[in-house]
Design a protein around this ligand. Structure first.
Ligand code: GLU
Length: 509
């Protein structure tokens, strides 16, 4: 086991958009593979045709790519262990189900759905808490353990419908080690005879998952906690198929919890509290319902990745900001906690803000230019770059740039009424026309010169500059707050500033 090359897989089922918890699972797999010089594999687990959602697979690939994860092998990349979609591997599973039947660890079950319902109803009446097809109940059902050999053969030859079930031993302890949880012990009396192979000729998740992990030489299975109850069954399958010596290490990741209260974070929490739970926008193909993604909400993929990485794992230091390379370097499964982590939507925004601040102004300008164009504004890149440099400190998302800084491109249409109501008076009406003239007369349009002029005009008119400062901002931008005032004034340009002051005075007369 020690000298095998590390190979991990992300194995989503295309049943809908990828939840942020799924993205985190992919990330932890990716970190481990890259850290240990291993392979990161994408395997699409689409054996359950009834739950297939069109577009889900493409969505997942796009989402993982947006996050900056690259697969070494997968449906797109191909690779030596392909195909990487289980539906295309259909032919490889049956032989293992047969092998299990031959070795006495699986059996045919011919029960109809009516018979199964009847069994459950009977057990419920007898006060059995969780009625199951198991070591006890299988004795009274129609399967190759209870029917005669001839009858079984007759039914098979006849083409009767059947499934193949695992034969769980009656009284045994299944023990396995989980990297995150330590030793896990489950008694087989708690387990049921899960279906391995279905009547439609497809394996179930359990069989396909084990067979593929074996054939693809997977060394670590890193997946969500919801799969922990399936792990004992998987361990038994490795044993019964004779693959115990190459059984992968298991690591079941803790849940991402609701920001308030208990329980797993769901799409409903996002809708209720106003944050995305999916990486990208998603439109449900049946209901048409739209869900917003982190990307479309304006998150940088680096911020999203950084935030997700910290939900369940900690570096053991106070460091919070990590690039992908740093995450790979610092990551270890041993530092993943056992208990769930509460998702904090404010912290997610904070992460984005940190990344926004370090972003190159010219790069931000390219993003803003797209929005400006949508608004019908044809702006100069140098100017937009300077605007971004000023407003990025005050925003968390580039999507806020327009609401926050549209006045850099359009004259304000409304003035902050609160500021006007409180501050506009005779002194102000005296001050601004003179200020407009004084600023108009400047030969050198620079922040410090503008500031000195502002003060000297106030002094000349015996007005406290502190009383007209905020009004100055409102006349220029319409808003009561914003970036550093005199830098903003310089950037707006002399002609524009003078014009806005004069127009403002006219409007407030
Ligand atoms: N197909 C399973 C899922 O959708 C994969 C579980 C596993 O990684 O074994 O989550």
């Amino acid at each position: 086991m020690e000298d095998r090359k590390v190979r991990v897989r992300f194995a989503p089922s295309p049943t809908g958009p990828l939840h942020m918890g799924g993205v985190r699972t992919a990330l932890y797999n990716y970190f481990l593979a890259k850290k240990l010089g291993g392979d990161f594999i994408l395997r699409i687990e689409d054996t359950d045709q009834t739950r297939y959602v069109s577009g889900a697979e493409e969505y997942m690939m796009e989402a993982l790519e947006w996050c900056g994860m690259q697969f070494d092998e997968g449906p797109r990349q191909g690779g030596p262990y392909g195909p990487y979609r289980q539906s295309e591997r259909k032919a490889s599973y049956r032989q293992y189900a047969d092998q299990l039947i031959e070795s006495g660890h699986a059996y045919y079950a011919f029960d109809t759905s009516e018979e199964l319902t009847e069994m459950r109803e009977r057990l419920t009446k007898a006060k059995v808490a969780a009625p199951q097809y198991n070591a006890v109940t299988r004795e009274s059902m129609k399967n190759s353990l209870t029917l005669s050999e001839d009858e079984v053969k007759r039914r098979l030859d006849n083409g009767d419908q059947y499934v193949i079930r695992i034969k769980i031993p009656r009284k045994e302890e299944v023990r396995f080690h989980d990297v995150i949880r330590g030793w896990v012990v489950v008694h087989t009396s708690q387990m049921d005879d899960k279906v391995l192979f279905k009547s439609d000729g497809m394996p179930t998740y359990h069989l396909a998952n084990i067979v593929d992990d074996y054939l693809m030489k997977i060394t670590h299975v890193i997946r969500g906690e919801e799969w922990l109850p399936s792990a004992p069954l998987h361990v038994l399958l490795y044993r019964y198929l004779g693959w115990e010596d190459v059984m992968p290490a298991f690591a079941h990741l803790p849940l991402i919890l609701k920001p308030d209260g208990n329980g797993k974070l769901s799409k409903r929490d996002g809708d209720r509290l106003g944050f995305p739970v999916f990486p990208l926008n998603w439109q449900d193909p049946t209901s048409g319902e739209q869900s917003q993604g982190y990307r479309e909400r304006g998150y940088f993929p680096e911020a999203f990745v950084n935030m997700l990485a910290m939900l369940g794992w900690n570096p053991g230091t106070n460091q919070e900001i990590f690039t992908m390379e740093e995450l790979i370097e610092a990551f270890s499964l041993e530092r993943v906690g056992k208990s769930g982590s509460k998702f904090d939507p404010e912290k997610a925004k904070w992460y984005n803000q940190q990344y926004l601040r370090t972003r190159d102004d010219a790069e931000l300008a390219d993003i803003f230019l797209v929005k400006l164009k949508e608004e019908g504004i044809d702006a100069d890149k140098t100017y937009v770059t300077a605007v971004c440099s000023l407003i990025k400190e005050k925003t968390q998302f580039t999507s806020e740039f327009w609401d926050f800084g549209s006045y850099f491109f359009l004259k304000p249409t409304d003035f902050d009424e609160q500021v006007i109501g409180k501050r506009w008076n005779e002194n102000a009406a005296r001050f601004f026309p003179v200020l407009a003239d004084d600023l108009n007369g400047l030969a050198d349009w620079k922040t410090d010169v503008i500031e000195t002029t502002f003060k000297s005009t106030a002094e000349k008119l015996e007005i406290n500059p502190g009383h007209v400062m905020q009004l100055f901002r409102v006349l220029l931008s319409g808003q009561g707050g914003g970036p550093v005032l005199f830098e903003m004034t310089e950037l707006l340009g002399q002609e524009e500033v003078v014009a806005r002051l004069r127009e403002g005075v006219e409007r407030l007369k």
